[in-house]
Design a protein around this ligand. Structure first.
Ligand code: NI
Length: 175
């Protein structure tokens, strides 16, 4: 396994829609284990393939925080290939961050609960229902697959402020 470079906001791949995975080849399996290791190393609770430079519909999620309830603190990561949100309910606004936007957190509104259909790393269809942090992570990672990042949710002025901050940090080579 190897730790991959995490692409940061401003790199074009993060704005591109990812392509579906047609077949789970050894190369894809290697990518998935590298993504998991990269996520743990960051550390983060989720990572999409486009964040490591591969525009394929793959994401990994692992919530291990002590704050979580038993059912959410999974013992192994979720691997979601070609995930799709098939149901949503409620609304909740919370603070959120992203490994591609280090040091930036923004408050955004998302569905409280989502239902996601995907295939796992063995090619088996899975359905995950998530609320709380899991629901948020699912929506966040699936957004990456669609070429969307969390500051895209901000109203224009706030977004411009964050973008200016990023530009400044890039100038200081702190990005
Ligand atoms: Ni992210």
């Amino acid at each position: 396994m190897s730790i991959l470079r995490i692409y940061k906001y401003g790199e074009p791949i993060l704005k591109r829609k990812s392509m579906p995975v047609e077949e789970i080849t050894p190369k894809i399996r290697k990518l998935i284990s590298d993504m998991i290791e990269t996520m743990y190393n960051a550390p983060g609770v989720g990572l999409a393939a486009c964040q490591v430079g591969v525009p394929l519909k793959i994401c990994v999620i692992h919530l291990r925080s002590e704050r979580l309830e038993g059912s959410q603190a999974a013992s192994k990561p979720f691997v979601l290939i070609n995930p799709k949100i098939t149901g949503r309910s409620g609304k909740i606004e919370e603070e959120e961050g992203c490994l591609s936007l280090p040091g930036i957190t923004v408050k955004i509104k998302r569905s409280r609960k989502v239902k996601v259909q995907a295939i796992d790393d063995k090619g088996m269809p899975i359905i995950i229902e998530g609320e709380g942090l899991l629901g948020r992570a699912l929506q966040h990672e699936i957004d990456h697959i669609e070429g969307k990042v969390l500051i895209d949710y901000l109203p224009w002025l706030k977004r411009r402020k964050v973008e200016r901050e990023i530009k400044e940090r890039r100038k200081q080579e702190n990005w």
